[in-house]
Structures are given as structure tokens and as C-alpha cells.
Design a protein around this ligand. Structure first.
Ligand code: P6P
Length: 338
């Protein structure tokens, strides 16, 4: 037999996401499988969205849907499609009693009153990049419901601090598609193998480098930034750091998670609360960053300790290598005292 073929037959395909979830669940004697099923439901929806993203140019599903979301932002066709796919998968999966989506103004009651969990999701982050074939992503947070099982979901089930997440993750639809998630016991990454329709474990126990030389922000807003943020950017330039800004937070975050770096979207003169959403984007990325040894702040406090007051609230956001985030916090503190 041809040695190369023999080698291919011999090589194991590796640990699938399903098997990994099952193995991890067995470590929790009281786990009854609902969280595992929820993660599987999200993974299934991401496979469908991945297929549609990869064929977008052929299916006339690029471009605008002609509507705006609750933030008044133009919705792309794929924003709407991804939103439908994830909500449908979560409703049919029956583990989630409620969902808040960046694309929906109000809380979605799935009717699964016996569901133990609720989800906050950004179905397609960075979708303005789709039409130009740049990486985009899905971001999700999972919380345990607070209201009694068997009853209708309540707002209090969703308005929880990031420290109360039981799991969080993202899917990056990039040069390859990856699912990265944590349940509070480290961060693991799975690369999608389309020929098998499986996510395969490819990045075990990811650790974000404590230091980095990449900074990621929209420098076009430099003159809109407050003094501390401008001073930090000046510092990065003096240190001859590399500037990398993709315009899809998931992609910028993923690069920094693996290589080290900082991503920040601060408050500006015209948007004093920042742009990014606490519940749909920042809490999940903050949980993952901390689990990988990184840090996430709004400039004054830990992102995960912010008490949300409404579903779509925005926050200034600094996330990445621990020492880089601490450095920008020093600038913010220094300028606050002046
Ligand atoms: P700007 C995408 O719309 C997003 O929410 C993040 O993924 C991204 O980092 C940011 O906004 C880009 O915003 O204002 O630089 O285009």
C-alpha cells in the first residue's frame, strides 16, 4: 500500500467537539447534559451559517437587507439569516428559555419554560466585512436562568453580570472556521473540517501571551478619542508596536488571543459609552480573555463586574494581553487625576 495512504488511514482525525463536550461533562458528576446539548445546538447553527457565508457571493445574500437593527445600524442579509438560524436552533434545542440577540430589540421567549439556560448572542459580528470577503464571527454567552424552571423567562434572567456566565464562546468564519469556547475551566479551540462536518480539537488550553506588540483600534477616530487613549496610542507608536485592525472584533480578538496584543474600542467625544455591546459582545470576550490569562476592562472596572441595566447597553472596551491592558489602565488613571 502507498505509504502516504497508509499514513492517512493511520492518523486519527482527533477529538471532535461532541466527544470533547462529552468527556468534559463526565468530569461533572451532577451534569445532566443540558449545557452540553446547548453547545451542540450552537455548533450546529454555526455550521449552517458557515456554509451560507462561504457561498454568499453565489446566492445573492450579500449586501443590505434594507432594514435597520435596534441600534439603527444597516442590517446585512447575512445578519438576518444568521439571526434566524441561531434563534431557530436554540428554540428547537429546547435548553434555552430565553435569548437576547444584537439583531432583536426585545427578549425572545423561546417557549421552552423548562429550559435551564438563557443566551446572549451577536449572530454575525463584523458583517459589513462579508461583502469584501473579510473574516466575521458569532459571539455567544450562556447564563443559568434565575427565574423558576417551568415559568416564563424574565428580564432578570438576562440582565446578569458577566461573572455569572456558565459558558461563552465565538465562531470565527475566517481562512478556516473555528469555534473557541470556555466553561470556566480554560479555553479550547476547534477547527471545522467541512468534509466531515465536524469541529476537531486543534488548540488545547489556549493561553494569551501576557505581553504583546500588536495594538488594535480604529485610529481613524484618533481625534475623537479622549486624552488618555490618544496618549496610549502615542505610546504604542513610540514602542514601534504593530497596528492591526480588521473591523471584525472576533478576528482582531482571535489574533491577539494566540499572538498577544490589545484590542480596544474606547468611548469617543461623540459616543461617550463606546460602541460595543456589553451583553452580546464584550462579556463573552472578557470571559474568554480572563480564562486564557488576559484581561478586559471598560477603562475603570472589570468588564465582567458591570451590572447591566438594559439588553443593548454599550461599554468602552479594552481586552487582551494582561500587561498591555494594565498599561492602558495606567494612562487612564493618570489622565483622570490631571
Ligand atoms: P468601526 C463590527 O461592527 C463591530 O461591532 C466590531 O466587530 C468591530 O471591531 C467594530 O464594530 C468596528 O467598528 O467603528 O471601527 O467600524
Amino acid at each position: 500500500m502507498n505509504p502516504e495512504i497508509a499514513l492517512r488511514i493511520a492518523l486519527p482525525i482527533g477529538t471532535t467537539l461532541d466527544r470533547f463536550i462529552q468527556q468534559k461533562q463526565e468530569q461533572f458528576p451532577f451534569a445532566t447534559g443540558e449545557l452540553s446539548q446547548l453547545l451542540r445546538d450552537i455548533a450546529l447553527a454555526s455550521k449552517i451559517v458557515n456554509r451560507e457565508i462561504n457561498r454568499a457571493g453565489l446566492l445573492d445574500i450579500v449586501g443590505s437587507f434594507g432594514t435597520q437593527n435596534v441600534q439603527g445600524e444597516e442590517q446585512k442579509k447575512l445578519d438576518v439569516i444568521a439571526n434566524v438560524r441561531f434563534i431557530r436552533a436554540l428554540k428547537n434545542g429546547r435548553e434555552a428559555c430565553g435569548i437576547i440577540s444584537e439583531e432583536e430589540e426585545d427578549l425572545i421567549d423561546t417557549g421552552n419554560y423548562n429550559g435551564k439556560y438563557v443566551i446572549a448572542i451577536d449572530p454575525l459580528d463584523g458583517s459589513s466585512n462579508i461583502d469584501v470577503n473579510v473574516s466575521v464571527g458569532t459571539i455567544f454567552s450562556i447564563y443559568r436562568r434565575r427565574s423558576p424552571i417551568g415559568t416564563e423567562v424574565q428580564a432578570e434572567d438576562l440582565l446578569q453580570r458577566g461573572v455569572d456566565q456558565v459558558a461563552a464562546g465565538y465562531i470565527i468564519y475566517g481562512s478556516s472556521t473555528m469555534l473557541v469556547y470556555t466553561t470556566g475551566y480554560g479555553v479550547n479551540g476547534f477547527t471545522y473540517e467541512p468534509s466531515l462536518g465536524e469541529y476537531i480539537l486543534s488548540h488545547t488550553n489556549i493561553q494569551m501571551p501576557e505581553e504583546g506588540t500588536i495594538y488594535s483600534c480604529n485610529e481613524g477616530q484618533y481625534h475623537e478619542y479622549f486624552a488618555a487613549d490618544r496618549a496610549y496610542i502615542d505610546y504604542c507608536r513610540e514602542q514601534k508596536y504593530k497596528t492591526r485592525y480588521i473591523g471584525s472584533m472576533v478576528a482582531d480578538f482571535h489574533r491577539n488571543l494566540l499572538k498577544g496584543g490589545i484590542f480596544f474600542y474606547p468611548a469617543t467625544q461623540s459616543a461617550k459609552k463606546g460602541k460595543l455591546r456589553l451583553m452580546h459582545e464584550c462579556n463573552a470576550m472578557a470571559f474568554i480573555a480572563e480564562q486564557a490569562g488576559g484581561k478586559a476592562t471598560d477603562g475603570k472596572q472589570r468588564i465582567l463586574e458591570i451590572t447591566p441595566t438594559h439588553y443593548h447597553q454599550r461599554t468602552p472596551f479594552y481586552v487582551g494581553s494582561k500587561k498591555m491592558v494594565e498599561k492602558v489602565e495606567q494612562f487612564i488613571k493618570q489622565f483622570a487625576q490631571e
